[in-house]
Design a protein around this ligand. Structure first.
Ligand code: SF4
Ligand code: SF4
Length: 375
């Protein structure tokens, strides 16, 4: 039986890319963003055990939980049982750590983080499905689901094996709707077939749909000259049927302001707007890019500290805009400028490819990048 989440506003505050001050979260700015978000009538906050190495959950406590009544907001976090965890005890302890760090008392939404490929096995091996069902029965979890970064067939298998899941969280954006690597549309249809409502993540494709080549931006501007490019991506996602909310990973006040400006009184895309998105989808599908969302999962285990997603950002900038000077500057800044190593220093161990939710052939792409930027 499908759960009904119709009263949740369609914009969620993703806390993965919070504003930083050196190595710490900029709490003052985060507090202001939290205030603006709640003031505008939104309620959903999304963090994870691993975001910013635990600093995101700690920031939730400081900027949100300690400052607002518990019934004023909905809080989601996630358990990554596959992330270097040695046994069931350690995996289960992550739940308690998240409760302590956030001080939230309970979680409105709790997710098994990033199911897919070999990662699903850890949740089975450590009995996490049963463990979280117990937590739900104890009232510590109100809605239980999982985030997913793999193909639709596997999603179908998991939802068949676990009909008790209340919801799913999927990466959906207009550029990847028919992308055979990401399968946004197929995953969406699979979740709906199982009667699940969906939380959308990465609607702006890790920022890639915030700025488009001028010709493509013109397509949007012809329909609405004042709308930001990101607004099209977020409204596209929020216009789909069966959506609980759309997460936007906001990193500063200006992004918050922009998101609130069009989501406060959300209107689904009109027919004319839908046609404009279709034109942009078509044009984008013709530009070859590396489908990296800058999640950084790959970089955590890289023995050579390669600037993997920074490299792909530079490659994509070159592919989309064709500006070598600017792409090359971006490459230097994303590697040396941030203390990371260059693509040519990759030793091809393949660890990164085991965890990449986008299934990118990272080693091959790094070789190409080294040829472009380091030749
Ligand atoms: S293959 Fe290269 S980039 Fe990937 S983890 Fe190994 S050294 Fe790092
Ligand atoms: S290469 Fe894959 S794992 Fe690494 S940042 Fe990009 S999408 Fe994430």
């Amino acid at each position: 039986m499908e759960k009904q989440y119709g009263n949740i506003p369609k914009l969620g505050f993703g806390l993965m890319r919070l504003p930083m001050n050196g190595g710490d979260v900029d709490i003052d700015q985060t507090k202001q963003m939290v205030d603006m978000f709640l003031e505008a009538g939104f309620t959903y906050f999304d963090t994870a055990y691993g975001y910013l190495e635990g600093k995101s959950e700690a920031a939730v406590k400081e900027a949100l939980v300690n400052r607002y009544p518990r019934d004023r907001f909905l809080l989601a976090t996630k358990l990554p049982a596959w992330d270097g965890v040695k046994d069931a005890e350690e995996a289960k302890a992550m739940f308690e750590t998240s409760l302590e760090r956030t001080g939230a008392g309970y979680f409105d939404f709790y997710l098994l983080h990033n199911l897919g490929e070999h990662r699903t096995q850890a949740f089975d091996d450590f009995g996490i499905w049963e463990f979280l069902a117990e937590k739900k029965a104890q009232g510590l979890i109100r809605n239980l689901g999982f985030s997913f970064h793999d193909k639709a067939d596997l999603l179908d298998e998991i939802l068949t094996a676990h009909p008790e899941m209340d919801f799913v969280q999927l990466q959906i954006n207009y550029a990847d709707w028919d992308n055979p690597t990401i399968e946004s549309r197929l995953c969406y249809e699979t979740a709906r077939k199982h009667g699940k409502e969906i939380i959308i993540m990465e609607p702006v494709k890790g920022g890639n749909l915030a700025v488009l080549p001028e010709k493509l931006e013109d397509i949007f501007k012809a329909v609405n000259p004042d709308a930001s490019v990101s607004s099209w991506a977020i409204r596209y996602a929020a216009s789909l049927e069966g959506i609980i909310t759309v997460l936007s990973g906001m990193s500063d006040i200006s992004q918050m302001k922009d998101n609130l400006s069009y989501m406060k009184e959300f209107k689904p895309l009109s027919e004319e707007e839908r046609e404009a998105v279709q034109k942009v989808q078509k044009a984008l599908s013709k530009i070859p890019t590396v489908p990296c969302t800058a999640c950084a999962y790959c970089m955590k285990g890289c023995p050579e500290n390669i600037a993997i997603y920074g490299t792909f950002q530079a490659v994509n900038m070159l592919n989309i805009y064709g500006n070598m000077e600017s792409a090359s500057g971006s490459y230097t800044w994303n590697t040396e400028g941030h203390g990371w190593n260059k693509a040519s220093e990759c030793i091809e161990c393949g660890k990164c490819e085991e965890v990449c939710p986008q299934h990118i052939h990272i080693r091959e792409e790094l070789k190409k990048a080294a040829g472009i930027f380091e030749a």
